[in-house]
Write a protein that binds this ligand. Sequence first.
Ligand code: NCD
Length: 306
Amino acid sequence: MKNLIDILDLSVQEIDEMIEVANDIIDHPEKYREACNYKTLATLFFEPSTRTRLSFEAAMLELGGRVLGFSEASSSSAAKGESVADTIAVCCGYSDIIAMRHPKEGAPLVASAKATVPIINAGDGGHNHPTQTLTDLLTIKREKGHFNDLTIGLCGDLKFGRTVHSLIAAMSRYSGIKFVLISPEELKVPSYVKNAYIKSKNIPYEQTIALENVIDKLDVLYMTRVQRERFFNEEDYLRLKDCYVLTPEKMAMAKKDLIVLHPLPRVNEISVAVDDDPRACYFRQARYGKFIRMALIMKLLEEANK
Ligand code: NCD
């Protein structure tokens, strides 16, 4: 059974093929309206979500499929003490494919060991978020045209930001990549991520706390929210929450063909005054998330039927 637990579960070629399908869906949505007739997607969300859950549901509905699920742990039997493994064993009987989000790192992997239908990791704690990365890759491809020779700045909460970890893993497979890691000391990229995907591959990188010192050399700027729910104390969060705010003044220092991505939700880290800048891609990026998830659902259902 093919699952998507980690972005590296997909080869570069598989990602290329899915991006092609997503682009074809954008151009010819009518071709795909019955692609998943009579198939059911379950969205099991033990943590809050807007874009990820709704784009999964919109994706399945636009493929002619059906959706069911829950959007908070408190409305599922997890609140009564049921284990993830038991919830999954049961939901496999009600659906053909499952997208799950969970606050515990590794929960979707545990689920996939039990499951009889494909499992998609829709975010596990501060660990990984592979479908956001697929969204990010589709956005980079559409906006930049390629993945090679890009200097990618990642800014904000690089420690708890799971989207950052998956994006670094994915981009480390292309050539000519440079990473610029912009964060306060307390929120640096975890060493396991740096070792596995940057250092071991000899990818050039620099670490800094000052966005304004490096913004001029970036091709992609990936902004992130400080992950309040993963902090151990509120005091640290309050001290760090506004460490970066992208403003029109900072954008004036950047390349003319920079693209600014953000997985959203945004709190304060991008001023709304930046939204009208043509280089601000984050709302387009959120929209692309539906199309790449359509491609993913079709792919995993196809593999499951082999
Ligand atoms: C992200 C997540 O859940 O990790 N959101 C998303 O899925 N688009 C980013 C975040 O919550 O900050």
